[in-house]
Ligand binder design. Structure first.
Ligand code: PLZ
Length: 430
């Protein structure tokens, strides 16, 4: 498929609008939609809709298709595995692909210690299992999460997620023994390391804490990069206090930030790592990887999932990991990131209202503020809408909704990236 932006109708076009009509009668309103075009095909960095419009994708299905849409190696691995067998349930009769993915997770996640991995289906399920394992291994109940956190939408994961609207409103009561501490937010000058630790120690008996669950960069929370030393400082505090350090690398993993895992930027070796999204190259699969002694602390039969580590998803994951390695996508994330930051800083200088430009690797964002520095969620929405109308997929983020984030497939052609950024620049200018 030609890697080219092409608009042949307004966005959304007539066929997408007709499907939207059907959608409203079949799908509940509670399922949100960023951009109501209906997809026909997607390859590399381009998404084609049912009206024949081709859009530049700067969202990668929320950090999933790091290797690009429908990478040929991933597609071939899926087809080959599907022709052999599609499902047995690993707990009923195992197969090699599951083991091979766990070996890859052990080799790629930070630290050279002995590891084990559990495979599940989604980021939320990975986080939930990480907490179950941490509780089982420590015999402690409490969990600390942060005020910009997103960890998923199932009950325990949602209890860890911070943002009320739209995620938490009306869905309580939430799981007990979850304590929320301030996340480092350099642009707002809040959540320094000492403040965070003092907050934790004042709010919960440290001897009762099983684990701290933390994103190396707050993803849905607005691509907030903590101040240098904060993430490592929390890990150190955990070690000192017998608290397990659980890294949620669901959004930051698999090359996204210019390292295999973002914990590497702070030389942190987590006790447990939750992964999902980029792992499967587009197929649903997630993992919990951790120190062998912690992972093996759970009794036999205590962990599992019918579809967890589905053979087709495992084949896709092995292919995607191989593509990230062979195509140098970790390096490429840095290159794309440098280009995006350079352009965004130029936009910040030329226009008012961009309070902050931040990110790591191919995970970058702008935070929109009004003249007096208040969060400007309406402007973020307007900028996204203008990008969408002009054939560029961008996403909002932020606990206050005032962030526009860019997270393209790591294979995106530099010409297309620049074209996408030109559209964004015009949208920022208004
Ligand atoms: N942890 C860090 O980013 C998912 C959410 C989309 P699942 N982020 C996208 C939405 O609106 O629900 C995410 C994440 C981090 C966990 C999760 C949860 O991953 O695969 O969506 O369950």
């Amino acid at each position: 498929m030609e890697q080219q932006r092409k608009l042949v109708t307004e966005i959304p076009g007539p066929r997408s609008r007709a499907l939207w009509e059907r959608r409203t009668r079949a799908v509940p309103a509670g399922v949100g939609t960023t951009l109501p075009i209906f997809v026909q095909r997607a390859q590399g960095g381009i998404v084609e809709d049912v009206d024949g419009n081709r859009l530049i994708d700067l969202g990668a299905g929320i950090a999933v298709v790091n290797v690009g849409h429908a990478h040929p190696a991933v597609v071939e691995a899926i087809a080959t595995q599907a022709a052999n067998f599609v499902h047995t349930c690993f707990q009923v009769t195992p197969y090699e692909g599951y083991v091979a993915v766990c070996e890859q997770l052990a080799a790629r996640t930070p630290g050279s210690h002995e590891k084990r991995s559990l495979l599940v289906n989604s980021g939320a399920e990975a986080v939930e299992n990480a907490v179950k394992i941490a509780r089982s291994a420590t015999g402690r109940p409490a969990v600390v999460a942060f005020d910009q956190a997103f960890h998923g939408r199932t009950l325990l994961a949602l209890s860890l997620t911070a943002k009320v609207v739209p995620y938490k409103k009306s869905f309580g009561p939430y799981a007990p023994e979850v304590y929320r501490a301030p996340y480092s937010y350099p642009f707002r000058g809040t959540g320094g390391l000492a403040e965070t630790i003092a907050w934790i120690e004042a709010s919960v008996d440290v001897a009762e804490i099983a684990c701290v669950v933390v994103e190396p960069i707050a993803g849905e929370g607005g691509f907030v990069v903590p101040e240098p030393g904060w993430y490592g400082g929390i890990a150190q505090w955990c070690r000192t206090n017998g608290v397990l350090f659980v890294a949620d690398e669901v959004q930051t993993g698999f090359g996204r930030t210019g390292a295999w895992f973002a914990s590497e930027h702070e030389d942190v070796v987590p006790d447990l790592v939750a992964t999902a999204k980029g792992l499967g190259g587009g197929m649903p699969i997630a993992g919990v990887t951790g120190r062998a002694d912690i992972m093996d602390a759970v009794h036999a039969g205590g962990l599992g999932s019918t579809f967890g580590g589905n053979p087709v998803s495992c084949a896709a994951a092995l292919a995607a990991i191989d593509v990230i390695e062979k195509e140098g996508l970790v390096e490429r994330a840095r290159k794309l990131g440098d280009r995006m930051l350079e352009r965004l800083v130029a936009m910040q200088r030329a226009s008012s209202g961009i309070g902050d430009v931040r990110g790591r690797g191919a995970m970058v964002a702008i935070e929109l503020v009004t003249d007096n520095g208040a969060p400007d969620a309406d402007r973020a929405k307007r900028i996204c809408a203008a990008c969408h109308a002009n054939g560029v997929i961008v996403l909002t983020a932020g606990t206050l909704g005032n962030v526009v984030r860019l997270l393209p497939p790591l294979v995106l052609d530099e010409g297309l990236l620049d074209e996408g950024l030109n559209v964004l620049e015009a949208a920022v200018r208004g």
